[in-house]
Every structure is written in C-alpha cells, then in structure tokens.
Design a protein around this ligand. Sequence first.
Ligand code: DAH
Length: 335
Amino acid sequence: MDTSITISQLIDQLDVLETEAVSVIEEAADTDVLNQIRVEFLGKKGRLSKILGGMASLSGQDRPLVGKRANEVKKTLQDLLETRVEKFKSEALTALLTRETVDVSAPSSGIPSGHRHPLIRTTENIVDLFAGLGYRVAEGPELETDENNFTALNIPEDHPARDMQDTFYLEGSMLLRTHTSPVQIRYLKENRPPVRIVAPGRVYRRDAVDATHSPVFHQVEVLAIDEGLDFGHLRGTVSTFLKAFFGDLPVRFRASYFPFTEPSAEVDVQWRGRWLEVMGCGLVDPAVLEGLGLDPSRWGGFAAGLGVERFCMVRHEIDDIRRLYTSDLRFLDQF
Ligand code: DAH
C-alpha cells in the first residue's frame, strides 16, 4: 500500500488547518492566548511545519503548488493574528483612558492650602493703597544705630523713649529699632527730595505682653517731602487712605506731640464705641530736615507712623493682639 501522501490530501490538510486556526483565533480572549495559537500553528514545530514535512514525497511539480497554498495560509493566519492583537491593544488603551479620566467637577480631596498671615496681608493692603497715591516702598534694618533711631529724629538724650524700659539695647550703640521712623533718616540720606515713601517693618519694645501690647509689632512709616506741603496735605492724604482702608468708620485727629514732627497729631478711629489710636503723624520738624542738610525754608512735608496690628484688629474684629502671634491655625484659617 502506498503510504505516501498526495497533493490533494496536503491541500485538504492545509484547508482544515486554516479553518480551525481562524476559528480559534476569533475566539481567543486575549493576547496570551493568541501567542499560544501562533506557536501551535505557525511555530517551528507547529502544525503548519508538520504538514509541510509531508511535501518530501511529492513530485517536483507538485511541491510549488502546496508551497504556494501553505504561504497563503500562513499569511492569512499572520494577518488575522496581528489584527486581533491590535484590537486587544486598543481595547486595553481605551479601558485605561476611561479609568483614568479626570472628573474636574469631583469634590476635592481637601488638601489644605496655606495663605498669608493676616498681619502680612494688612501690611500689603496699606502699602498698596499708598502705592496707588504714588508712594514708593523703602525699607530699613531692624538692627539700628542709636543715631538713626533717636538722635537724627530729634529725640534728645533725656527723652523717655530712650528709657531702658522701652528699648532693647545691644552692644555698642546698636539697638532693635523701636519704630520705623529711622527709615525716614536712611532714605533722606540717600535720596534728595521730592520723596514719597512708605516703609513697612517690624519694630521692638520692651513691653509686657497683654491684649494690646507685644514686644514685637509692625508699623508702616509714611514720608512725603516736597516744596509747599502743609497740614492740609497731611490731613487729606491720611483721610483718603483711612476711607479706602476702613470705609466709613468715624475718624478724628487729636493734637499730640512727637519730637520729629511739629505740629503733631494722633489719629483715632471709632471702633466698638471707643476711639482707638491707629497712627501718629505730623509735619516733619525743621530740626530733622536741617540735620539732614535740607533747607527747611524750601523743603517740608509730613510723616506718619501706622500701627499695623491695630489696622488688622479693627478690620477683622480681633480683640486680643496675642491671637496674631500664637500661630493657631484654627484661628488664622478664618482670614
Ligand atoms: N514713630 C512713632 C511711634 O512709633 C509714630 C510716628 C508718629 C511716626 C508721628 C511718624 C510721625 O512718622 O510723624 O510711636
């Protein structure tokens, strides 16, 4: 009996292989299964190779016919496998994109965000309002000389402000500035008038802590020097500023005394039925100008020193200054 295989048997086997492979490829659930199918049918020791092994007994004429059909089958299966792999890949990508979609309307997970301290914000507000009136920002050091903090501001040796009770003295003639007024001196030493500046900063005094006192607090100094400035300019500037900051709170100017201004005034705003002092001000004393080599018959102007804590407390209805320094976030987060 002739056991050799005929060309039509081989072609049949190829047809069967193709039909079978197409159906398992179409049913395959994922790329792993597709890879197994590829190995099983098209691998080196796979079923297509085995069928082709039978070609050895064919005549030289028939071989190319089987070879051609085998190549067709191979190509069909390869194409189909590839199409299916691509399909799985794109499905996986779509699924991933769907899973990872960002819902911009979803409620946040509540990550806490920081914000500036109310004292800093108040300082910035004050400075911004004066900047709007054409003032530049100037700054000076917290470590000052006795000369700039006192003498140049016409504060004589025996003035109570120099008292050891009030000032933190350091070695030599240095001290922690007790007010921002020395920035007036520093600025006028470097810059000739006309000048308009605001100088925010920290100041220090040997005060015991209570509801309205702190050994460290904040001021904003204001200085305008020009020709022909008078008390009306001071009053107009201060009133404009206060209205912009507080709205319609009642304001009063009260005659006062400062060594570096003449005349001088303190400004109060009405808050919770009481008058609360928020700044000192006045026309710059001619003695201060002369000390800086400026001719007081030509140059003059006004100055003011604002207590930032007071502005902050009135604006936010805070009745104890200590709250501003305790860094209690339950309190600070309200602002
Ligand atoms: N330096 C004063 C203080 O700390 C405040 C002050 C008053 C500043 C009048 C001024 C001024 O510029 O003109 O008490």
